[in-house]
Design a binder for this molecule. Structure first.
Ligand code: 13P
Ligand code: SF4
Length: 352
């Protein structure tokens, strides 16, 4: 049975879970590669939006499990589909531009992803936000970026878009007071990651003071004040690649989740790697070896039952041993959410 189970692990997971992963990756590779695995069962060790994205892209004969259904992402909960639809309509009306498109961070609910697909937009991750935005800007489209303002504004700055051509939409849904129609090309919903938001420009300067000549790299969920004083930004995979390519003896301050920084430290013992601030993701930590083991046990029990001989469907699975773990995607959201995810894959793979 082992061959028919694929364990997909996000980089922020505990090292014991990382050690059990068939794939250890950022949220882009998790969504794309886990769903391409030939395995019947894909167990996603990460937060809910990661498991939902795999389930949305999975084949009909695959069953996607999340060992801890309660492991959500607070940023993904900072906008729901109705609010996103209302805000997009408000922007289009105010700007007299029916072609403003949503670009939605992977860290979002499937309902928001489905809205994105219906409205002609695409999903992005921290690893591909730039080519996704470039794709729409080169087609003269303006973008409603949600839910992470920091990723949107950091990417816009890296693309050379002046601050005046961006606008932040507060989470009460009201457009900014001084907004002039036609002035902005990126409208960023004011969501954020609480784990990265606590990192400050002061942390970076303290670190640089203590380690003269060191380099600082941060996740683009950090606030622009931090990203702009760093030497580079990257997705978890991007940060890992930078550290892997660094020479022995080099010194690094890393601004992202602490489990990951600690693992990088252990993986590359000949580089000096420090967190710019220790900040942990409590939701990622809800996935434990114990609940991973329970999910694997549930697969074994299910395989031993008659239910395993029938084609899987959400209602039937809910009645089986997999009931607590199987990730259900709503039928009325699947096709539109998949369209938005597939647009991301097309643009990203085309941009390589
Ligand atoms: P990555 O796509 O860089 O792995 O980021 C996911 C995430 O949730 C970071 O907080
Ligand atoms: Fe969500 Fe932040 Fe945790 Fe990533 S680190 S899963 S964005 S709360």
């Amino acid at each position: 049975m082992r061959d028919s189970v694929f364990i997909a692990v996000h980089h922020y997971q505990d090292e014991n879970i990382v050690a059990r992963g068939d794939l250890v990756a950022d949220s882009y590779r998790l969504a794309v590669e886990a769903a391409r695995s030939p395995a019947k069962y894909v167990v996603v060790c990460g937060v809910r939006f990661m498991a939902e994205s795999v389930a949305t892209l999975a084949r009909p004969d695959q069953i996607v499990l999340h060992p801890e259904p309660d492991a959500g992402c607070p940023m993904a909960d900072m906008i729901d589909a109705d609010t996103a639809a209302r805000t997009l309509a408000l922007l289009r009306e105010f700007e007299q531009d029916s072609e403003i498109v949503p670009v939605t961070y992977m860290n979002s609910s499937n309902a928001v992803k489905a809205l994105t697909g219906r409205e002609g937009g695409a999903i992005c991750t921290s690893g591909n936000a730039r080519p996704i935005l470039a794709h729409f800007f080169s087609r003269r489209k303006r973008v409603f970026f949600l839910p992470d303002a920091n990723l949107g504004l950091n990417t816009a700055r890296a693309m050379g878009i002046p601050e005046g051509a961006t606008a932040r939409i507060s989470r009460d849904g009201a457009l900014p007071g001084g907004l002039v129609p036609g002035a902005a090309k990126l409208f960023a919903w004011d969501g954020y990651c609480p784990v990265h938001k606590v990192m400050t420009a002061g942390d970076v300067s303290l670190f640089r003071g203590a380690h003269p000549g060191a380099k600082v790299i941060v996740h683009p969920e950090c606030v622009p004040e931090v990203a702009s004083v760093s030497d580079g930004t990257g997705s978890t995979e991007g940060l890992l690649k930078t550290l892997a390519a660094a020479p022995a003896g080099s010194v690094w301050g890393v601004g992202t989740e602490i489990q990951f920084v600690e693992r990088m430290k252990a993986t590359f013992p000949d580089r000096a790697i420090y967190p710019i601030r220790a900040s942990s993701c409590a939701n990622m930590a809800k996935v434990t070896e114990a609940n991973l083991e329970k999910a694997l046990e549930a697969i074994r029990a299910y395989e031993a039952s008659d239910a395993a001989r029938q084609p899987p469907n959400a209602a039937r699975l809910a009645e089986t041993a997999l009931g607590n773990f199987a990730v259900a995607v709503r039928d009325d959201e699947r096709a539109d959410a998949a369209r938005a995810l597939e647009a991301m894959v097309r643009i990203t793979e085309g941009a390589k």
